[in-house]
Design a protein around this ligand. Structure first.
Ligand code: GLU
Length: 312
């Protein structure tokens, strides 16, 4: 059975970009007769208080985007809140450590972002491997001064895959990704590890998410393989832009669900979003169920989607 998922990090009310992703995840799983898991990605608990997760559940229910397991509904996989799953991440982290792939990193923010630091294609800093191979005595000495973060050493290998929507994508882990963080200095596990462990243990077979995470996928596929976990199929969605081409952001006053809910019915919001995503020809009101029979990934554009002016 197909299993999709919503994996929100609720640090506020949902905006249109989150909604588009949620709608597509629901449609893609349901169109294949599948179920949907709701996993709350609140690793950063200070930014993602439970109240926002609860509000998100209310919003999803109001919109008709229900889920089968997870969130406060619970299910067979223990807690569906990442903040309560550290003991599970620890197990998989330990496996990587036993393989000799994990090392402490003492680099400060400013060292990592030095002007000379190489950059990846997604604009992030490529870690230069500065702390790889530090002598044990040096590690002990530096650990006394401050706790390290922990990185995983990636091989010089190209990971290629075919995205269900975007098509073929490949990255050389050493050159394009670099050794990445598994655990922050404050002990919080990194998204890259948690997302892989959770999607595998929760039996997720398809991941629908924004194209901003396309570049994270090769390293996640490598983690699945290295940990001997089954990898899902990936569908990356184009980003949703404001009518003037800006990235949507709350700071710029882009509509959150709070404002939308005051102006539109759920079916009006879903219908307009479906229109913007190429799933129907008119912005007519639709429930998610009404969109199911004609749902087809081929209708969704691959390039960024600019919201038509005046649509919302
Ligand atoms: N929690 C992430 C976010 O809200 C999504 C991660 C994923 O879909 O893999 O951006």
């Amino acid at each position: 059975m197909e299993k999709g998922r919503y994996a929100p990090s609720p640090s506020g009310r949902m905006h249109l970009g989150n909604l588009m992703c949620t709608l597509l995840a629901w449609l893609s799983a349901r169109a294949q007769g599948g179920q949907v898991v709701l996993r709350i990605e609140d690793l950063d608990v200070a930014r993602c208080p439970r109240a926002y997760a609860d509000l998100l559940e209310q919003d999803l229910n109001w919109l008709g985007l229900g889920w089968d397991e997870g969130g406060s509904t619970g299910g067979p996989d223990g807690s569906y809140y990442q903040s309560e799953r550290s003991h599970i991440y620890q197990e998989y982290y330990d496996r990587l450590a036993e393989m000799g792939l994990v090392y402490p990193c003492f680099c400060s923010r400013s060292q990592l972002h030095a002007a000379s630091a190489p950059h990846r294609s997604d604009g992030q800093v490529l870690y230069a491997g500065t702390c790889r191979g530090l002598a044990p005595a040096e590690v002990a000495e530096r650990s006394r001064q401050r706790p390290p973060a922990w990185r995983v050493q990636v091989p010089d290998r190209t990971v290629a895959f075919t995205d269900g929507h975007m098509g073929p994508y490949a990255e050389n882990l050493a050159a394009d990704c670099g050794d990445f963080l598994l655990r922050r200095a404050d002990g919080v596990f990194a998204y890259q590890l948690a997302v892989v462990v959770d999607d595998a243990l929760m039996g997720v077979t398809q991941v629908v998410r924004g194209a901003d995470l396309l570049t994270s996928t090769p390293r996640q596929l490598w983690l699945y393989e290295t940990l001997g976990l089954p990898a899902p199929k990936f569908y990356h969605l184009p980003l949703l832009l404001a009518p003037d081409g800006r990235r949507l952001s709350k700071r710029d006053g882009d509509v959150s669900l709070e404002q939308l809910a005051a102006r539109y019915t759920p079916a009006e919001i879903i219908g307009r979003l479906a229109f913007a995503a190429g799933l129907q020809e008119e912005p007519a009101p639709r429930t998610p169920e009404q969109l199911l029979p004609d749902f087809d990934w081929a209708k969704v554009p691959k390039e960024d989607i600019c919201l038509p002016a005046g649509l919302f």
